[in-house]
Design a protein around this ligand. Structure first.
Ligand code: HEC
Length: 153
């Protein structure tokens, strides 16, 4: 009985501890590499994507914001607001080109025409007062919304 030597209690313990450390290290390394790989893949996909549609939308958004700022600052002369209205009108010509998948959709076509018509009206009788700019903003904004509620996710 007593001549069975007990296994030395702690011969394996340090190795087990260092194995655990190694696994943890490998796990963290794997996670970090996974994150880096994911970011690289997403950047590659993003670089291949067509940025034109978003760019067009952001330009239109910017001109709408300029008009709103003009209105808030009480700068509603034709020279202040006409360039933005014209930019909105011209860029509205590109809606169909920017969204080729949607251009055949009746609702898309209507919304695009609605935006061009709203800008045309505003340019044909340019707003001379800030409430007039507000009206133009509203009717163009309605066209943005008409399209977005159907086609923007
Ligand atoms: C005839 C359709 C149509 C009209 C009109 C339109 N948009 Fe859009 N817009 C879209 C679609 C479709 C998207 C979604 C694009 C996507 O997610 O790929 C979008 C997305 C956007 C976005 C988000 C872009 C992004 O980064 O994903 C903004 C901002 C925007 N529109 C602003 C405007 C403003 C401002 C107007 C009006 C002056 C306007 N849009 C008029 C179709 C339209």
């Amino acid at each position: 009985m007593s001549n069975v030597a007990p296994t030395p209690p702690s011969a394996d313990a340090p190795r087990r501890a260092s194995n655990a450390g190694r696994y943890l290290f490998l796990l963290i390394l794997g996670l970090v590499l996974g994150v880096i790989a994911t970011v690289m893949v997403m950047r590659a996909i993003n670089a291949r994507k067509d940025h034109f549609p978003e760019a067009l939308m952001h330009v239109q958004q910017w001109h709408m914001a300029q008009l709103k700022a003009d209105m808030e600052q009480n700068r509603c002369n034709a020279t202040d607001v006409l360039p933005h209205l014209q930019a909105l009108r011209l860029s509205a010509n590109d809606l169909e080109a920017a969204f080729p998948d949607l251009r055949d959709d009746e609702r898309f076509k209507n919304a695009a025409s609605q935006m061009r018509a709203a800008a045309d009206r505003a340019i044909a009788s340019p707003p001379l007062t800030c409430p007039g700019v507000g009206d133009a903003l509203q009717s163009i904004g309605r066209a943005c919304k008409a399209c977005h509620q159907d086609f923007r996710n």
